[in-house]
Design a protein around this ligand. Structure first.
Ligand SMILES: [Zn+2]
Length: 242
């Protein structure tokens, strides 16, 4: 399924309501269990994200390297009511056998949305990309609790703490520094993990993790005020390659 860029940006960045009501949350009467009442794919899609990546069910494959070419650039951080998101200026890309994808934005979930062998990580970053035909690809990276992350701190230090907060300009943000050195990955087809849960998203979840301090992880959770992960979804007929 092909998406138009406006629908991608709406899905990823908007906190305004859509036609109809369109309001969603992670908990309560607009929570994850109710998304399908208003957004059909969230309820009846068969290639939904996130998933549990179970090592016993993945298939070994000769996967091509991810060629990630993220440039240091200015970014705008926003609080859209569901996450903290950094909208990227400039020309950061990654390339693999599916083509070349431009980095549009990255944002966070706590705890992680995808799980590995049933395990949640305390924080997950999603790098959202689109190619020139507006096909989407997401690279997911897990954080473990550890050292303070200096690149993350560029966003965290002026974190917009409510969705009424002003956007923050971040100078010289290097998304590449939010990636582990080793970039082997799990690959599968999935969806946006937020309404409208659009499918046709290429997912790449890196096996290696990066670190953030407990204070950094706690700050995000406190600002969001709730867990920001959709529960894992059935794999159905999909396979996960590694
Ligand atoms: Zn996400």
């Amino acid at each position: 399924m092909r998406l138009t860029l406006p629908s991608i940006l709406l899905a990823c960045t908007s906190f305004t309501t859509l036609a109809g009501d369109g309001h969603w949350e992670y908990t309560g009467k607009h929570g994850t269990a109710h998304w399908g009442e208003e957004f059909a794919l969230c309820g009846n899609g068969v290639n939904q994200s996130p998933i549990d990546i179970s090592a016993s069910k993945t298939i070994e494959a000769d996967l091509p390297s991810l060629v990630i070419n993220y440039q240091e650039s200015n970014a705008i951080s926003i609080n859209n009511g569901h996450t903290i998101q950094a909208n990227i200026k400039g020309n950061s890309t990654f390339t693999n056998d599916a083509g070349t994808f431009n980095l549009l934005q990255f944002h966070f979930h706590a705890p992680s949305e995808n799980t590995i062998n049933g395990k949640h990580f305390p924080l997950e970053v999603h790098f959202v990309h689109a190619d020139q035909d507006s096909r989407l690809a997401v690279i997911g990276v897990m954080f473990e609790e550890g050292k303070k992350n200096t690149e993350l701190e560029k966003i965290w230090s002026d974190m917009p703490e409510s969705k009424q907060s002003k956007e923050q300009l971040i100078n010289a943000l290097s998304a590449a520094k939010l990636l582990p050195k080793e970039k082997s990955y799990y690959r599968f087809n999935g969806s946006l993990t937020t309404p409208p849960c659009t499918e046709g998203v290429r997912w790449f979840v890196l096996k290696d993790t990066i670190e953030a301090s407990k204070a950094q992880i706690d700050k995000f959770s406190k600002v969001m005020g709730t867990n920001t992960n959709r529960p894992t979804q059935p794999i159905n007929a999909r396979i996960v390659l590694q």
